[in-house]
Design a protein around this ligand. Sequence first.
Ligand code: MOS
Length: 737
Amino acid sequence: MEFFDEYVDMPTPPPEGRVEAMAKVTGKGKYAAEYQLPNMCYGVFVTSTITAGTIKTIQTANAKMADGVIDIITHLNKQTVPGLADEAAIKASRFSLPIFHTDKIFFKGQPIALVIAATFEEATYAASLVTAEYNETNFVVDFDKAHANVPLKPAGKDRGNIDALQLASVQVSGTYTIKNEVHNPMEMHATIAHWQDDGKLLLYDKNQGVNNVQRVFAGLYKMPVDNIQVVSEFVGGGFGSGLKVWPNTLAAAMAAKQVKRPVKVVLTRPQMFTLVGYRPASWQKLVIGADATGKFTSLWHQAKHSTSVYDNFNEGITRISRLVYNIENLKTESAIVPLNLSTPTWMRGPGDCTGAFAVESAIDTLSYQLQQDPVALRLKNLALKIDPDSGKPWSTHYIDECITKGASMIQWQNRPATPGTLTEGDWKIGYGMAVGMWNAGRTSASASIQMTKDGTVVVQTAMTDIGTGTGTGVQNMAYSTLGIDKEKIKVELGNSNLPPAPSQGGSTGLSSISGAIVAVCNQLKTKLATWAVEQNTAFKTVGVDELVLTNDAITIKAQPSVKVLFADIWRKNNLEVVEVMATAAPGEERKQFAFASSAAHFCVVKVNTKTGKVKMHKMVCVADGGTIVNQKAAANQISGACVGGIGMALTEYQTIDATLGTGIGNDFGAYHIPVNADAPIIEVAFIGKPDVNSNPSGSKGLGEVGIIGAAAAIANAIYNATGKRIYDLPITPDKIL
Ligand code: MOS
């Protein structure tokens, strides 16, 4: 502890650094599992060893006798959670896996018991002593085999007539497949649950939305949301895995209620592969037709992805086909395929990055058939003014500028027009590109400010910061609205006692809270001005945008000599803390315009002709995210997403073993996340033009667009290098040789 204390008083980081940087690197910032509560005990899951069937018997006697064991929860002795009481309640509960409320087994690895003990080690040992007998039934885990039996359904309205494909001068058809990918953020999902004496539930929990967890628990326990407090002040990555409530959170709450003590449940790394979602395996068939000039005339996109037998997860793979290009004749169809695996969920760029792999690969193939440059081919087909799906004008849309800027950064003119012609010893070199788009959404959010007389302001909102830089963005926006020095602007996030905010997901975080931050800052200035008027009438007629705060006074932008000291305001009005709160929601502009962020990915790869190894040589991503609130955090978002794209393209997949009926190799030895050696220098640039309709900061979400076109760009570069089109991700060396 002394070690850390030396560091906590170090100067605050420079303005472009993260607000939470010092807390994170000194260990002062607490992640969910790091809180210590008096009398806390530990829960460890026992999980199903079969893939499908029912539990016949479960033997806990030996485990109960083990040292430190306090209790063991199974479906036979659990206290019923009202929201899981029967089939109808489960359907309505938004908690899809009714752990300990059924004898049914939906997948291998499903929690069947929670052993609660005084220490984690004792709980882990005792869990190994619990055994079960099952009635096993047949199961299906092989997506490739299962999807053929599931019929497609329309996914969106047809445009024109897809028979036009027959008339196309050039036609490209392909079938694209991607295996399961897992999020596996560095911080394991974890919960500490504590039922307090007043009956209120306190949850320290790893998630991407404290208010969402609160709502789910309000439904499960049929209690008011205000009786549930969720704390997620620091979150070590999410990538979508924290957008749902998972078994660890409910199990901790059930256990804490049963043993009347705080209970901590931390998933193991292998459990992270089965209990917190993943990007589902997918199959896509795509046919695209163009006329002789290269104008796209028709597109038929069919897609299926897996779900579980207890949930209907649908991520919308064909959506991207309806957005990017002008296509007169369009048909999109999809289906979800239930498997006896745990349920998938949203993972960075959900749906769209899967879809983009097919669309952007097909367009690349088309470019070679037409003998047109893929950059030029895309530029002439983009839907730049109107969203082809809603018919609304794009509020702002600069995907064409992303493409031209990216082409110049990668020096696209050096790309060989003929595949396989640029070599360097045993290596073949190729250039590839692709584009991506993402709906730039925004929802209602609230924020508050507390100001003390020394000019320190604390800006608060319930939104989590999963490592994206939300807190830093909040500080930046408060700084530009208020004028107070950044080091006097503190930010508090990730606690459901703070003003409500949406989950941090779908690239809507900053966009949603920016309105609330600007509104609450303006309220603070207005409130201070009403007091300032009593001392200086110059403040009477000044608009809020003209008001500015210095470190010790309120003043007027154009007349800096006019000022009233905070100290005087506080003294005259007998104030301790000035508090303001504001809520801001999107308005009519969301009806008038369509909103999208976009990005273009470019890369250079080297492919070894002897080993099949693909080396990323260079990667460029240019994104349109409206105004960039914080350059460094935004660039981090994009380059991190590019690394995710490299994983998707080259290394990441979960092997599902059809005989064992489960995923295997559930650790970072078997599941290869790109490390520094796998990633090249990634150059990121932004268009940076404000979207004034999007939100008061002018920003558009950036979390997802950094990954959407990435895998396709890499696959296209591999084709340019080798002349080999790979339709199945990830592109491991065996597929190249
Ligand atoms: Mo993202 S998949 O919305 O965390």
